[in-house]
Each structure stands twice: as structure tokens, then as C-alpha cells.
Design a protein around this ligand. Structure first.
Ligand code: G3P
Ligand code: CA
Length: 256
């Protein structure tokens, strides 16, 4: 039989390991990404920013203060300075020695092994970051993602429009935590360049899911950190659940 359309009532949920499996390992480190793969997540999610000397690195905050033993802004530190920091100990001393990964390192390690949900974090701070991300993907023949799962997403919609121009075949996602981005007008505009609308879970209802699907886009909800948060999202009919705890989501199940 033909595969069920992803928008039919019964469909497979994709599980996304948020910042790697950030509930179980220090976020946005190789340890966390490996943990996500080990837990059989369909995707790992990662936040991309740029160093002072123009290298792409994987870190969520605009400063290194919360997740490492250093201080300062990502964009004011060189790659060498960032790589000297410990990105594991604050989560748990057992992870001492984990480093801030480079984007290229993550691509080389995980390309072909798991899906990649690549977030451009605060791209307005890093002029030209879209081109650099596109070059890194193109160098690895990842610009024709028909046979693998790759999505590029951001809260910055202008950045995603730019990315759509740079890489016409790449699935694009828009992130939002604001209900004002879910009006018919906004959704119509997203549909001109995006494939995913990815709202904070607090905004997700069956109606929102239906209105996104009606425009032939998918919807991924974030960030699940409690078991009881899963069922309402499944009931609403989301396509993907982004979670720090990949094992909280019934995996590879057809859900009705
Ligand atoms: O992938 C969705 C989620 O990562 C967006 O929020 O702040 O965790 O990057 P944040
Ligand atoms: Ca993110």
C-alpha cells in the first residue's frame, strides 16, 4: 500500500533530540548528540553561531557563561579561545573535557547517521552566517536533502528567507513563541518560503496544526521536558516533537 500522507490522521511522529539529548548530557556537545543517536531520535537539534574569527560553532546562548567555565560573548571570542573551554563540567563533572563543537565537526560525525535540525541562533549578530552554513552543507553534498533529513530553522525570518534563496531545496523552518505569528496572514507568508512552522508547545492546538497543514507545511513543537507534555501534542497532531528527553515520546509509532 502507498505510504500514508504525513498529514493524514495516522502518521509517524519524528522525535528531535533538543540540543542533543540535553536532559541526559551537556547541551550542544558531541556527547549530547551521540546520546540522541543512541536513543534513536530521528533528528538531533543544534544551535549554530559564529566566532570572532568567522568559524561556525555549536552553542545556544550568545555568551559562554552558562554552559562553560569561561565568560564572554561567542562573537567576541576566537575559535581557539572557545575550544579551550570546558562545556561539560557544569552539567555534570563526569562530562569534563567536552568542548564546544564546530558545525563542521557535527556535520562530519553525524551526516548520514541521523537527521539534523540546524538552528541559526541570533543570525542578526553574525552577518554572512547563512552563506557560511550553506557552504559547509554544499561541501558535503548536503544541499540536495532528498535522501536525508536536514532542516534549517530560525526565529529570524529574514535569515530564513535569505537561506531559501541560497539553498532552494533545503527544508526551512520558522520558529516562534508568539501567537501573533500564527495569524492567517503570517502563515500565508511563511508558506511562501518555509516548510515547517515550529512553535513553542504552549501555542499548539489542533486548530493551529490544521491551519499549518492546510498550507502544506509541517509543525514541530518545542521543548518537551515533562512526560505529561507529550500526549497533548500528539493529540493536536504535530509532526515532530522536540525534546530534551527523546525517550518520553512513543517512538516510531503510528499515532492516531
Ligand atoms: O528547536 C526549537 C528550540 O531549540 C528553540 O528554542 O531556545 O531552545 O533554541 P531554543
Ligand atoms: Ca535551538
Amino acid at each position: 500500500p502507498a505510504l500514508a500522507s504525513k498529514h493524514e490522521p495516522t502518521h509517524k511522529i519524528d522525535v528531535v533530540a533538543h540540543r542533543g539529548a540535553a536532559g541526559y548530557a551537556p547541551e550542544n556537545t558531541m556527547a549530547a548528540f551521540h546520546k540522541g543517536v543512541e536513543m534513536k531520535a530521528d533528528y538531533i537539534e543544534l544551535d549554530v553561531q559564529m566566532t570572532k574569527d568567522g568559524h561556525l560553532v555549536i552553542i545556544h546562548d550568545n555568551t559562554v557563561d552558562r554552559t562553560t567555565n569561561g565568560t564572554g560573548k561567542v562573537g567576541e571570542l576566537t575559535l581557539q579561545e572557545l575550544r579551550a573551554l570546558d562545556a561539560g563540567s557544569k552539567f555534570n563533572p563526569a562530562f569534563a573535557g567536552e568542548r564546544i563543537p564546530t558545525f563542521e565537526e557535527v556535520l562530519d560525525e553525524f551526516h548520514g547517521k541521523t537527521g539534523l535540525l540546524i538552528e541559526l541562533k541570533s543570525p542578526e549578530l553574525y552577518p554572512g552566517i547563512e552563506e557560511k552554513v550553506a557552504i559547509a552543507l554544499r561541501e558535503r553534498n548536503m544541499d540536495k536533502p532528498a535522501n536525508e533529513k536536514i532542516i534549517v530553522q530560525s526565529f529570524n525570518f529574514e535569515s530564513m528567507k535569505t537561506f531559501r534563496q541560497l539553498m532552494p531545496n533545503m527544508p526551512i523552518g520558522v520558529l516562534t513563541s508568539s501567537a501573533s505569528d500564527l495569524t492567517d496572514e503570517k502563515l500565508d507568508e511563511f508558506a511562501t518560503y518555509a516548510n515547517y512552522v515550529n512553535p513553542s508547545q504552549k501555542l499548539v492546538t489542533k486548530q493551529v496544526v490544521e491551519r499549518v497543514h492546510a498550507r502544506d507545511m509541517d509543525i514541530s513543537a518545542w521543548t518537551v521536558r515533562k512526560k505529561e507534555e507529550v500526549k497533548p501534542l500528539l493529540d493536536a497532531g504535530v509532526d515532530d516533537i522536540i525534546t530534551d528527553y527523546p525517550d518520553y515520546v512513543p517512538h516510531h509509532t503510528q499515532y492516531r
